[in-house]
Ligand binder design. Structure first.
Ligand code: AMP
Ligand code: GLY
Length: 424
């Protein structure tokens, strides 16, 4: 079967790498892909990303399955379009993707269906939002409604920061539909809880934990994610059961009740408190990046088989009867980011020292581009160096040893990926 992966980040490199291992896969195409997918002999990049152009190409190429990585094409209705044209595609429709694309929708949805989350209020008017934070005090979290690539959330420690965030997210000339969500600050440890959904059933992937801040000890600005590892020890079996019972299953049932079938990956960003209570910080309608890289390094099950099962319809839906097999070891990935990331990443720095692929380590590319036999940076998050080992410490040692051999001008990375697991 020919398979298409849509996207060009580290997550998509990992998806394509894993899919290419399936004996049933004839060729994996990646649109637009990156320098890493361009260099891999089992993968082939497709230069365009326009939905109609991609669908026309996929029909002509007889693509058997399309997997969508990022939220952008989901929000733009790629899945709706491909399905209407008879193509098999794994991902949520535009309506289902609202769980991620609108914070106001997802918060209201959680309230309607009793899904635990931070107390919140939604505002279209600045004055009301300012008055609310004056009344409630700080710390407080202010969130822009639409997709913001990790930049739409401000954790305000002072009233001043909260007021500034509101003014930025609700400017005087904003469209009347623009709103902000202001919510209670939750305390605890975060985990990424990702499931595969076929519209009826949900099957959990291995747990993981991301590191969202740029600098060591969780300092500095929020980023798309500077490193991740799997499994996440904070998700004990009891927490896992609660996450399925209190968050994932009510979400699927709730979507069904509202007439929206959810197929695709569903990512619940969870806050787990000291008592093991679980609250939902956010939903993403896709896999996490960089969480995917360590998760897929541990997946032993054929990913194509899993995604084909998840795209069955009607009585053929039997995802609940599938069992996934995981490597028992820990996988840990460290992101190498470009000079100036996240505010103003520089492109065009040549990358050297990339290791040859090995069984228990992998350098997944993100913002890279092939230039002849070389690879250069082309954006913010450049590589995710991922290693498997018996425990977190050893996986960390292995990933950092590989990373230290790699060089590009301005390279920045965190030195403490996995610190929460190590502290346990
Ligand atoms: P989000 O995009 O909603 O996941 O927010 C990005 C990051 O902001 C999260 O990963 C958390 O670290 C932090 N965050 C968001 N909402 C809250 C909250 N209610 N309480 C504490 N931290 C939060
Ligand atoms: N790493 C967080 C995300 O993918 O949203």
């Amino acid at each position: 079967m020919k398979v298409l992966v849509v996207g060009g980040g580290g997550r998509e490199h990992a998806l394509a790498w894993k899919l290419a291992q399936s004996p049933k896969v004839e060729r994996v195409f990646v649109a637009p892909g990156n320098g890493g997918t361009a260099l891999a002999s089992s993968l082939r990049n497709v230069a365009f990303t326009d939905i109609v152009q991609l669908r026309t190409w996929a029909l002509a190429e007889k693509i058997g399955l399309t997997v969508v990585g990022p939220e952008g094409p989901l929000a733009a209705g790629l899945v709706d379009d491909f399905r209407e044209n008879g193509l098999r595609v794994f991902g949520p429709t535009r309506a289902a993707a609202q769980l991620e694309t609108s914070k106001a929708f997802s918060k209201a949805f959680m309230v309607r269906h009793g899904i635990p989350t931070a107390a919140h209020a939604t505002f279209h008017e600045r004055a009301a939002a300012h008055a609310w934070i004056e009344a409630k005090g700080v710390p407080m979290v202010v969130k822009a409604d639409g997709l913001a690539a990790g930049k739409g959330v401000v954790v305000a420690q002072t009233l001043q920061q909260a007021h500034v965030a509101i003014d930025q997210m609700l400017p005087p000339d904003a469209d009347p539909a623009t709103c902000v969500v202001v919510e209670e600050f939750l305390v605890g440890e975060e985990a990424s809880f990702i499931v595969v959904c076929d519209g009826t059933n949900a099957l959990a992937l291995a747990t993981s934990q991301d590191h969202k801040r740029l600098l060591d000890a969780d300092q500095g600005p929020n980023t798309g994610g500077m490193g991740a590892y799997s499994p996440a020890p904070v998700v004990t079996p009891a927490v896992h059961a609660r996450a399925m019972r209190e968050v994932i299953l009510p979400t699927l049932r709730g979507m069904e009740k509202e007439g929206i079938e959810y197929t695709g990956f569903l990512y619940a960003g969870l806050m787990v408190d000291a008592q093991g209570h679980v609250r939902t910080l956010e939903f993403n309608c896709r896999l996490g990046d960089p969480e995917t890289q360590p998760i897929l390094m541990r997946l032993k099950t054929d990913l194509l088989e899993l995604l084909l099962a998840a795209t069955e319809t009607g009585a053929q839906r039997q995802l609940d009867q599938m069992e996934l097999e995981w490597d028992r070891r820990t996988a840990l990935g460290v992101v190498a980011a470009a000079h100036g990331y996240p505010s103003d990443p520089r492109a065009g720095d040549t990358i050297s020292g990339l290791p040859v692929p090995a069984a228990d380590s992998m350098v997944f590319h993100a913002a890279t581009v092939r230039v002849g036999d070389d690879v250069a940076t082309s954006g913010g998050r450049v590589l995710c160096v991922t290693a498997l080992a018996d425990n977190v410490r050893q996986a960390q040692d292995r990933a950092y040893a590989l990373l230290r051999a790699i060089h590009f001008d301005g390279m920045q990375y965190r030195r403490d990926i996995g610190h929460r697991a190590l502290a346990r």
